[in-house]
Design a protein around this ligand. Structure first.
Ligand code: ARG
Length: 298
């Protein structure tokens, strides 16, 4: 494999994040299924999802995302039914991608497929070690101003994978401890939003992690999600500028977001909830469209 060791240090070039068009990587659900149980949502749902309904729901999500961003597609692969959850492919910024090292063997087969996609698209590919699991953007989210990387740990990502991320992008990394098995990835309970807002479910974090979030986001910028919205994956939201795309939420949360100036697009994603994922899990943010990234990585 022509990949680089994790130890490389790349200068931080975060200044142009806001000026580049949004882009996401998605994977059509042609081979999607719930084949095994690696999170509490999958229990009782093995082979219980409808591929036809999943395709319809994914198509609506795809159409919604294409109204606000460019979408790149990766071809699904046999034996990797969770590949639709491209958020877990890795973490990309400024043309460099840290490829995930999945905790569960059930998903490790996805790694070479995602690695190949990024290599062909011209990204600088960095492998993360198998000994320190890291599940990509599922557990690692940049603050919207690009100054900080929030990284979850506990159920999946190992805390010792966090420091190498700091080295790759030369960015401040803050670790957050996930303590509720239902919210096993950071993106299931925490969403940095435009204009310095954050939407999150506090009970998913330990006390020290909640304090870190509160120290960064002032009270008026924190949108607290109730448990009933959280278990419908409200925090698993795609945000570009003032638009938020997410699964169905309560009218109360919708009003809270709208009153802060967000335009809300709800897309029903019940078939994907059966595998423990929703809107944000189904996309991976690319800081630049593939051609632009391929031409300008130096
Ligand atoms: N079944 C998948 C898993 O357990 C769902 C992944 C959801 N992705 C996410 N970014 N939260 O790994």
């Amino acid at each position: 494999m022509s990949t680089q060791p994790i130890e490389i240090t790349t200068p931080a070039i975060l200044a142009n994040i806001a000026s580049t068009p949004a882009a996401f990587l998605m994977c059509p659900p042609k081979l999607y299924d719930v084949n095994y149980v690696i999170n509490p949502w999958m229990a009782g749902n093995v082979h219980a999802s409808s591929r036809t309904r999943a395709a319809e729901q994914w198509q609506r999500l795809y159409e919604a995302v294409t109204t606000i961003a460019n979408v790149q597609l990766v071809e699904p692969q046999p034996g990797s039914p969770d590949m639709v959850f491209t958020a877990n492919a890795g973490l990309e910024r400024n043309g460099t991608v840290a490829i995930s090292s999945f905790f569960h063997p059930e998903r490790q087969g996805e790694e070479p497929h995602f690695r190949r996609w990024f290599q062909l698209a011209g990204y600088t590919v960095v492998d993360t070690p198998r000994t320190t699991p890291f599940e990509g953007e599922g557990d690692a989210l940049f603050s919207t101003d690009g100054t900080r990387l929030w990284v979850g740990y506990g159920p999946r990502t190992d805390p010792s994978s966090h420091n190498p991320l700091r080295k790759i992008w030369g960015i401040e990394v803050t670790s957050l401890h996930l303590i509720d098995p239902r919210f096993y990835h950071l993106d299931t309970c925490f969403a940095p939003l435009a204009d310095g807002y954050v939407m999150y479910f506090p009970e998913a974090f330990d006390k020290a992690s909640r304090a870190k979030i509160e120290a960064f986001y002032p009270a008026e910028k924190r949108i607290i999600v109730s448990e009933s919205d959280a278990i419908c994956f409200a925090c698993n939201a795609i945000n570009v500028d003032r638009t938020i795309i997410l699964n169905n939420i309560s009218s109360d949360l919708r009003h809270q977001l709208e009153s802060r100036g967000f335009n809300i697009i709800e897309v029903t994603l019940t078939e994907f909830l059966k595998a423990g994922g929703a809107a944000k899990c189904l996309v991976m943010k690319l800081s630049r469209p593939e051609r632009e990234a391929a031409n300008s990585v130096s």
